[in-house]
Design a binder for this molecule. Structure first.
Ligand SMILES: Cc1ncc(COP(=O)(O)O)c(C=O)c1O
Length: 404
């Protein structure tokens, strides 16, 4: 068996040691004699495993007791809908008499995924969408997602039902800085100051890659597992307990009814086994999280991921100096997880050369083109060094040919 280096944006690389362990678990989970894909989600052994996964997330991210962790299906896209429905229900219970046009949903748009989330909020109705800021006018060509916009451009509403942002834009390679004093951070200081804020963050492509900035100030944080921690099929939600509301009581007051499998309170009351959760993805994610803890937790990965991204951006800069590469995202807004750039000239040759060396899935998202190299937790520093080395070689070969 020979495995390639997978720089895919998701589903993406998983640690080989975990895959080997998981293969054994498929045959016999935890000495039960039953495979993990066959065992009941209500069995004593799986319940213990699920509790352990929860505590591995809680301890590594320092989730406070004000928040609960939920495991479900439906991916990030499912959450685009669930956040709107649950938080509109919460808002209805808090303000039963407001007209729908006075229920404001605040969306910060910094890339393709936050744009999609905004479209879903508009589609569902039940409130008025306010675009807090759209990053495109602040881009170099005035139409692309290449930046975290300046703080003075954000227009938050005074008492919204929801305030939404996407921490890392997987397609566009744009990420908020985790340093709250940076001009590229999420502007927590500009949020309305009163009450428990309905702040929602999509962490799909940066979950467990570094600590979550101001986690306790969020109402909901969600992530599909298929980038940093496991296979597709599992969605993890960290929800503040005041957002576990009786959605049926809200519906009686006029809120949009919430499908039962999307109700945060139903999931929480049922300890995430109200219905069958994605047992196998939970298992593999749990093994990844255990390994993370052994290696030094999310802090270890934060350092590692920073080193990997620094090396890759330096290689892009070196190519840019020779007129052969072009970073797509403005400095300060660049993602540590999804590194995007253009090859000036023969992109197909660049991709083919990488593939020949066993480095796969480096093409940009079909909507934006270019190159995208994803550096999720399971991509090792050695693998990053390999692509950096290849990029250096590509630059020096092309440069020499250009001079000949
Ligand atoms: C940041 C982000 N949000 C949401 C989604 C949608 O997630 P899913 O495909 O799990 O529905 C993705 C998928 O790549 C994503 O990267």
């Amino acid at each position: 068996m020979s495995r390639v280096i997978n720089f895919g944006a998701g589903p993406s690389a998983l640690p080989e040691s975990v895959l080997q362990e998981a293969a054994l678990g498929l045959l016999d989970f935890d000495g039960t004699g039953i495979g993990i894909a066959e065992i009941s989600h209500r069995s004593k052994q799986f319940t213990a495993f699920l509790n352990d996964v929860e505590s591995l997330i809680c301890t590594q991210l320092e989730v406070p007791p004000t928040h609960s962790i939920l495991f479900t299906q439906g991916g990030g896209t499912g959450q685009f809908s669930a956040i709107v429905l649950n938080l509109l229900a919460r808002h209805r219970l808090l303000h039963p008499d407001l007209a729908n046009e006075d229920r404001v949903l605040d969306y910060v748009i910094t890339g393709s995924w936050s744009k999609k989330a905004t479209e879903e909020a508009r589609r569902l109705g039940g409130g008025r969408v306010n675009v807090v800021v759209d990053a495109r006018p602040y881009s170099k060509d005035a139409k692309s997602f290449d930046n975290i916009p300046p703080h003075n451009t954000y227009t938050f509403s005074p008492d919204p039902a929801l305030i939404y942002y996407c921490e890392n834009e997987t397609v566009d390679g744009v990420q908020f800085s985790s340093d709250v004093s940076s001009p590229n951070s999420f502007p927590f200081h500009l949020l309305p100051q009163e009450g428990l804020l309905p702040l929602v963050a999509d962490y799909s492509s940066s979950f467990m890659s570094r600590p979550i900035t101001r986690l306790a100030d969020h109402a909901v944080i969600y992530a599909g597992a298929q980038k940093n921690i496991g296979p597709a099929g599992l969605t993890i939600i960290i929800v503040r307990n005041d957002c576990l509301v009786d959605v049926d009581a809200a519906a009686k007051l006029g809120a949009i009814p919430v499908p039962i499998s999307m109700s945060y309170k139903t999931l929480a009351d049922g300890n995430s086994v109200y219905n069958t959760p994605p047992v196998l993805p939970i298992y593999i994610s749990g093994l990844v999280l255990r390994r993370m803890k052994e290696l030094g937790g999310v802090q270890y990965f934060e350092q590692l991921n920073k080193r990997k991204a620094d090396k890759l951006y330096a290689a892009i800069q070196a190519g840019e100096d020779k007129g052969l590469f072009k970073a797509k995202v403005q400095e300060g807004s660049r993602s540590l997880m999804n590194v995007v750039f253009d090859v000036i000239g023969d992109e197909a040759k660049f991709v083919a050369g990488a593939e020949e060396k066993g480095m796969k899935a480096i093409k940009g998202h079909r909507s934006v083109g270019g190159i995208r190299i994803s550096l999720y937790n399971a991509v090792t520093e050695e693998q990053t060094d390999a692509i950096v080395e290849y990029m250096k070689q590509f630059v020096s070969d092309t440069d020499t040919q250009g001079q000949a």
